[in-house]
Write a protein that binds this ligand. Structure first.
Ligand code: NAD
Length: 454
């Protein structure tokens, strides 16, 4: 590993990756390869957890194609030196900010959207002029292999290299010095990554998880809200970092909501045999989810098949914050419903816990919407929708507090892998002597005036 990193650092120091043409060439090549290998990628992910071609395109590959196209179109603009105003004290002079790549970057991916969460940060790193070492999650092993094949057989390892492996390999990588670490995964592993990065003072982006709340207020379009909510929750069998984790429903509409969600789930035909649904990633996660079920509180669903790794979409009702299901991120197809009467109480509950990655508000009551948006801190979210906010690359995607730091997609991704170097550029034909000795009260007065102070 050390050797690969050193080779990448040597290559970075040749300044080759700083050329915009080089970056564009590599991005174009990556897009061509993704297209060329699309069937293999589809097959790999299907064999790992029965993710369909439809889902693999809509939630993974399309995002990568979009990110590459956007970077190709804008990388020149994003990389431009930006002139800024010069303050009076430094006149005459010019000031500008020079975007420069950080250097050798490490991207560590999560398993739930394995192509998207590994390759999208790599696209941002390449666009920004870095070299990349990518460590995909080991859990979808065929997908990890497919990525390694695509990259390692086609890119020069001194520029872009996939290193496969699990905890041990990731730990070894984290012992090395990188110029940037971009991590997607759980909060506990996020802490490990942050600690390892601290040893080398390496800047990090941490894309983590948490329990994302959803509010359904008394006045809302129930039918469309439930339709969007069901899609967002059971997409990828609930194994989505921004899935609605639990729902606060106003007590006056709770019964109607429960009936409606049951109908909507039935109409969606979630089965691994019809491509509408995926398997739970492994048996460990199956058992973890089974352990969260409370028979007395199951409103609908609740069946599962450990061997098939199938878990039926399940609604739990009359849930309280003391229940096991409310302790950690669910990351599966179980939706706890919590009744509320007073929005302030519901907001206070959310605020008493870690800041979530996402939050959703289904409502036609603008005052409540504004109140939640103002009072609750969270990574990002949507009003009258869920999950879809992350498809808009004009907004950064990332968490806050325990749900992460930094964000990416579009120009934000470029910024995550870039240092903005501030330069003051002075001519030599004049040198006012007010900062030099002797120091006088008159000079001090002038300095204060130039700084806009009395
Ligand atoms: P994870 O933290 O278990 O694994 C993520 C990566 O870290 C993998 O590549 C894994 O090999 C590595 N890893 C695991 N244990 C490690 C250790 N002890 N030391 C060093 N490296 C280790 O996460 P996961 O199960 O792949 O993904 C699920 C979590 O990721 C959920 O919490 C979810 O919310 C979060 N997530 C966040 C986002 C986001 O964009 N914010 C996206 C997807 C998933």
């Amino acid at each position: 590993m050390e050797q690969i990193i050193n080779t990448q650092r040597d290559f970075f120091n040749t300044n080759t990756t700083k050329s915009i043409d080089f970056r564009k060439e590599q991005l174009k090549k990556l897009k061509e390869l993704l297209k060329k290998y699309e069937d293999d990628l589809n097959q790999a992910i299907y064999s790992d957890f029965k993710k369909s071609i439809f889902d693999n395109y809509t939630s993974e590959l399309s995002i990568l194609y979009h990110d590459i196209d956007e970077a190709l179109k804008n990388v020149k603009k994003w990389s431009k030196v930006k002139r800024v105003k010069t303050n009076l004290l430094n006149m005459p002079g010019r000031s500008y900010v020079v975007p420069e790549p950080l250097g050798v970057s490490l991207v560590i991916g999560a398993w739930n959207y394995p192509f998207h969460l590994s390759i999208a940060p790599a696209i941002a790193a390449i666009a920004a002029g870095n070299t990349v070492i990518l460590k995909p999650s080991e859990l979808p092993s065929n997908t990890s292999k497919a990525m390694a094949k695509l990259v390692n057989e086609n890119f020069d390892p001194k520029f872009f290299k996939v290193i496969e492996g699990g905890v041990q390999e990731t730990k070894e990588l984290l012992d090395q010095k990188f110029d940037k670490i971009f991590f997607t995964g759980s909060i506990p592993v996020g802490r490990i990554v942050y600690q390892a990065a601290a040893k080398h003072l390496t800047p990090v982006t941490l894309e983590l998880g948490g329990k994302s709340p959803t509010f359904l207020t008394e006045k809302c379009d129930l039918k469309i809200s439930v339709k969007r909510m069901v899609w967002a929750k059971f997409l990828n069998a609930g194994q989505t970092c921004v899935a609605p984790d639990y729902i606060f429903v106003h007590k006056n509409i709770k019964d109607k909501f429960l009936k409606q969600i049951k109908v909507e789930i039935e109409n969606s035909h979630f089965s691994v045999d019809n491509d509408n649904y995926v398997q739970i990633i492994n048996e460990r996660n199956m058992n973890r989810l089974v352990d969260l079920l409370d028979e007395k509180k199951i409103y609908s669903g609740g069946s599962y098949d450990i061997k098939e790794r199938y878990f039926e979409p399940t609604i739990m009702t009359d849930v309280t914050f003391d229940d096991k299901i409310m302790q950690d991120e669910i990351f599966g197809p179980i939706l706890p419903v919590i009744e509320y009467e007073n929005i302030d109480d519901a907001i206070a509950k959310v605020k008493s816990r870690s800041k979530p990655l996402a939050c959703y508000i289904f409502t036609s009551e603008s005052k409540i919407k504004e109140k939640i948006l103002k009072e609750v801190s969270f990574g990002g979210g949507a009003v009258n929708d869920a999950v879809m906010h992350l498809t808009n690359s004009n907004m950064g995607f990332g968490g806050v507090g325990d749900s992460g730091m930094g964000n990416y997609h579009g120009e934000n991704g470029f910024r995550a892998f870039t240092h903005y170097k501030s330069i003051l550029d002075k001519p030599t034909w004049i040198e006012p002597n007010i900062k030099y000795y002797p120091r006088t009260l008159g000079k001090l007065k002038l300095i204060k005036m130039m700084m806009g102070q009395k």
